[in-house]
Write a protein that binds this ligand. Structure first.
Ligand SMILES: Nc1ncnc2c1ncn2[C@@H]1O[C@H](COP(=O)(O)OP(=O)(O)OP(=O)(O)O)[C@@H](O)[C@H]1O
Length: 304
C-alpha cells in the first residue's frame, strides 16, 4: 500500500512552549488511523503541520509525497478537513456553505453530497447561527466528505453528534476506507477510536508514546479475573506469577488483572479450587488510561 502521510521526527515549538516533539508515524492508503491524546497533547498542532498551516522547527512530513507548505494548494484539493473548531459564517445557511465548498472543489456530481445531507439529516435552510452545535457539526462533516477526497483529516469529528448519528458516522468512515481512501482521525474519545480505527498513535505531552494496531493493543490489554472461594486463600499465592497483578482482595473474593498468557494462572486457580470464576474481556480503556497517566511533562520547556 502506498504511504499517504509520512511524519518523520517532526518538532514544532511555540517559543518556550512545547507543541510537538520528535513525532514520527506513517499512514498507508486505505487505513483508518487514530490519533489519540488528552487535551493539549499536540493533536491539533500535528494536523496544522500536515495542512501546511505551521512550519516545523525540524523533521520532515509529506502528504501524498508532497510538501505541506510548498504544495499546499495541490494537497488541499485532495483532502477533506473537518477542524476541531468549525468556523462557519453565522448568517449564511448550510446550503450556502455547501455550495461554496462545492465551487472550491469544482464539484460536478452532487449525488453523493445529497445522499450525505439526507443520511445526516442536515438542516440546510436556516442561518447556521441558529443551529445547535451538533447540527453545525453535520454541515462540517458533509463539507469534508462530499467530494470523496483521497484523505480525510478529521479533528474530533463526532463532537456534538447524538448516538444514532455517531453510528452513521462510523458507517461513513468504514465505507470511505472500503473505497480505498484514507482517514486520519484525531480524538480524545477512547470509545470512538476503538470502534473506528485500524491503527493508532497515542500522543501525550507533545510526544508519541505508542503506535500500534488496535488488535495488538487489545491482546496486550489487561483482562480482569474474579475468583470466589468458600475457604481462605492466601492472596500471596499469586505473587511471582508474571503478568498477574492482585487488584482487590476481600473475604472470599480475589480480583486479578492479567496481561500475560493465561496458562500458568489457570493451573494455579485449579489448585486453589474456587467455587466460581468470572473473566472480563480485555479492557482497552484501562490500557489507554495507563498511557495517559504516565507522568506528565511540564507545559513549558527550555527553548533551545
Ligand atoms: N499557537 C500556539 N501558541 C502557543 N502555544 C501553542 C499554540 N498552539 C499549540 N500550542 C501549544 O502546544 C500544545 C499542544 O496543543 P494542541 O492544540 O496541539 O493540543 P490538542 O491535543 O489538539 O488539544 P485539545 O484536545 O485540547 O484540542 C498546547 O498545550 C500549547 O502549549
Amino acid at each position: 500500500m502506498p504511504t499517504i502521510v509520512e511524519v518523520d521526527r517532526l518538532t514544532r515549538r511555540f517559543g518556550s512552549r512545547r507543541g510537538v516533539t520528535d513525532i514520527s508515524f506513517d499512514i498507508a492508503a486505505g487505513e483508518v488511523f487514530g490519533f489519540l491524546g488528552p487535551n493539549g497533547a499536540g493533536k491539533s498542532t500535528t494536523i496544522r503541520l500536515l495542512l501546511g498551516l505551521y512550519r516545523a522547527n525540524s523533521g520532515r512530513t509529506t502528504v501524498f509525497g508532497l510538501d505541506p507548505v510548498a504544495d499546499s494548494v495541490e494537497i488541499h484539493r485532495r483532502i477533506g478537513y473537518l477542524p476541531g473548531e468549525l468556523a462557519l459564517y453565522p448568517r449564511l445557511t448550510g446550503q450556502r456553505h455547501l455550495d461554496g465548498v462545492a465551487r472550491i472543489c469544482a464539484l460536478t456530481d452532487y449525488v453523493y453530497r445529497d445522499e450525505l445531507v439526507e443520511r445526516f439529516d442536515v438542516e440546510l435552510d436556516t442561518p447556521v447561527h441558529t443551529l445547535s452545535k451538533g447540527n453545525r457539526q453535520k454541515i462540517g462533516l458533509v463539507q469534508a466528505f462530499m467530494h470523496k477526497p483521497e484523505l480525510l483529516i478529521l479533528d474530533e469529528p463526532t463532537s456534538g453528534l447524538d448516538p444514532l448519528l455517531q453510528d452513521e458516522f462510523v458507517r461513513l468512515v468504514r465505507e470511505t476506507a472500503d473505497d480505498g481512501r484514507t482517514v486520519f482521525l484525531s480524538s480524545h474519545e477512547l470509545d470512538e477510536v476503538q470502534r473506528l480505527v485500524d491503527r493508532l498513535a497515542i500522543i501525550k505531552d507533545g510526544r508519541i508514546v505508542v503506535t500500534d494496531t488496535i488488535e495488538h493493543l487489545r491482546r496486550q490489554a489487561p483482562r480482569t479475573i474474579e475468583l470466589h472461594f468458600d475457604h481462605h486463600v492466601d492472596r500471596h499465592r499469586f505473587d511471582g506469577l508474571s503478568g498477574v497483578r492482585l487488584i482487590d482482595h476481600t473475604r472470599g473474593r480475589i480480583t486479578l488483572s492479567v496481561t500475560a498468557p493465561i496458562g500458568p494462572l489457570l493451573r494455579l486457580i485449579a489448585e486453589l479450587e474456587p467455587i466460581d470464576m468470572t473473566a472480563r474481556a480485555a479492557d482497552l480503556d484501562e490500557l489507554f488510561l495507563e498511557y495517559y497517566r504516565k507522568d506528565r511533562d511540564p507545559e513549558v520547556v527550555d527553548a533551545e
